[in-house]
Ligand binder design. Structure first.
Ligand code: UDP
Ligand code: MG
Length: 313
C-alpha cells in the first residue's frame, strides 16, 4: 500500500480551510478503509503569506489532528510556488501527491478515482473538468482563447485541466528536477512523459471567501505561460522584420520607376506613415526581446522559489 499526501496551497483561506480539511480527511479516511492508501496518509497546507488568520487556523487544525501538516511561507510567493514547495517538502515522506485548491471548486471526490488509477500503475492522473458553467463569462472565454493560442504556439497543455492532479513519487521527483524560476506547472507536467491518464469531474463554485486570482494575477499567469514555454513571439518579430524590409525594397523599386517615368516626388505622408509604423514595430520588438532577457536575468540569479518560515509536521 502507498501513502497519499494531499497538497493544498492557501492564500487568505481562513473561512475555507476548516471546511476543506474536513472534507479531504474524510475522503482519505474512506480510501484508508478500502485499503487503497496507508493509514498515515496526510494533508499538507502551504500558507502562501496570507494576510488573514489562515496560519492560526492551520495550527489549530494541526493540534486537533496531526494528519494535517502545514508550511508557512515568509511572504506571498504565488500559487505555483506554493504548489512546488508542497511537492518538494511532502515527497520526502510520501509515495504519491494530489494537489488541489483550498476552495474545493475541484470536486475532491475525484481523488478516489485518481488513487485507483495510481494503484494500477499510472504515474500522472490529470483531473479534467467537463464544464465551465461556474466560471464567469469573462473567465470562460478568456481562458478558452488563451489555451487555444498556446496550443497554436506549440505549448502542449491538457484541455480544461488546472492544477488538480495526482503524481507518483518518481513523477514528482522528475518535476522537481526542472529548476526554472518562471513556473507554469500545467505546461511542465506534460513534458515529463510516464504513464498518464485523465479523469473527469464537474467543477463547482467556491463555497466561502472570494477568488484569490484577480484579473492582474490572471494576466501575469497567462503571460508567464506564454513566454516561459514558447519563443514564438520572438520568431514572429523576425518574420515581421523580414516582411517590413520586403515592403521597403518594393517601395524603393516603385519610386525609382515613377521617377524614371518623370513624376515629381510627393510622398511626404507615406514617409511619415512608414517611419511611425516601423518605429512602433521596432519598439514592440524590443519590448518582447526585453521580456525574454528579463526572464534570463531571473533564471540566472537562481533565487529561491520560496522561503519557509515555519513547518508543522
Ligand atoms: N493561492 C495561493 N497564492 C496566491 C493566490 C492563490 O496559494 O497568491 C491559492 C488559493 O488559496 C487557492 C488556489 O491558489 O487555494 C486557487 O486560487 P483561487 O481559487 O482563488 O483561484 P480561482 O479558482 O478563482 O482561479
Ligand atoms: Mg478557485
Amino acid at each position: 500500500m502507498k501513502k497519499l499526501t494531499i497538497v493544498v496551497p492557501a492564500f487568505n483561506e481562513e473561512e475555507m480551510l476548516p471546511i476543506s480539511m474536513n472534507k479531504l480527511l474524510e475522503i482519505e479516511d474512506r480510501l484508508i478503509k478500502d485499503e487503497l492508501i496507508t493509514s498515515d496518509s496526510d494533508v499538507m497546507v502551504v500558507n502562501d503569506g496570507s494576510k488573514d488568520k489562515t496560519w492560526e487556523v492551520i495550527t489549530k487544525l494541526h493540534k486537533e489532528n496531526s494528519r494535517i501538516k502545514g508550511i508557512k511561507f515568509s511572504r506571498n510567493f504565488g500559487h505555483q510556488n506554493a504548489l512546488i514547495a508542497g511537492l518538494d517538502i511532502a515527497i520526502k515522506e510520501t509515495d504519491m501527491i494530489v494537489t488541489i485548491d483550498a476552495d474545493l471548486q475541484d470536486d475532491p471526490e475525484a481523488i478516489i478515482e485518481m488513487v485507483k488509477k495510481a494503484n494500477e500503475g499510472t504515474d500522472i492522473v490529470y483531473a479534467v473538468r467537463n464544464n465551465r458553467d461556474t466560471d464567469s463569462w469573462f473567465k470562460k472565454n478568456t481562458a478558452g482563447a488563451f489555451y487555444k493560442f498556446l496550443n497554436l504556439l506549440g505549448v502542449k497543455l491538457v484541455d480544461n485541466h488546472a492544477d488538480f492532479r495526482l503524481m507518483t513519487k518518481r513523477a514528482v521527483e522528475t518535476l522537481l528536477s526542472y529548476k526554472e524560476r518562471n513556473l507554469f506547472l500545467r505546461g511542465l507536467v506534460p513534458l515529463l512523459g510516464y504513464k498518464t491518464d485523465k479523469i473527469y469531474y464537474k467543477r463547482g463554485t467556491r463555497e466561502a471567501g472570494e477568488t484569490k486570482y484577480p484579473l492582474k494575477k490572471m494576466l501575469s499567469f497567462a503571460w508567464e505561460g506564454l513566454t516561459s514555454f514558447s519563443i514564438a513571439p520572438v520568431r514572429l518579430i523576425s518574420i515581421f522584420g523580414i516582411l517590413a524590409s520586403l515592403v521597403g525594397v518594393f517601395m524603393l523599386i516603385y519610386t525609382v520607376i515613377t521617377k524614371l517615368m518623370g513624376d515629381t516626388s510627393q510622398g511626404w505622408s507615406s514617409l511619415m506613415i512608414s517611419i511611425w509604423m516601423l518605429g512602433g514595430l521596432q519598439m514592440l520588438s524590443l519590448g518582447v526581446i526585453g521580456e525574454y532577457i528579463g526572464k534570463i536575468t531571473l533564471e540566472v540569479k537562481n533565487r529561491p522559489r520560496y522561503i519557509i518560515e515555519e513547518i508543522l509536521k
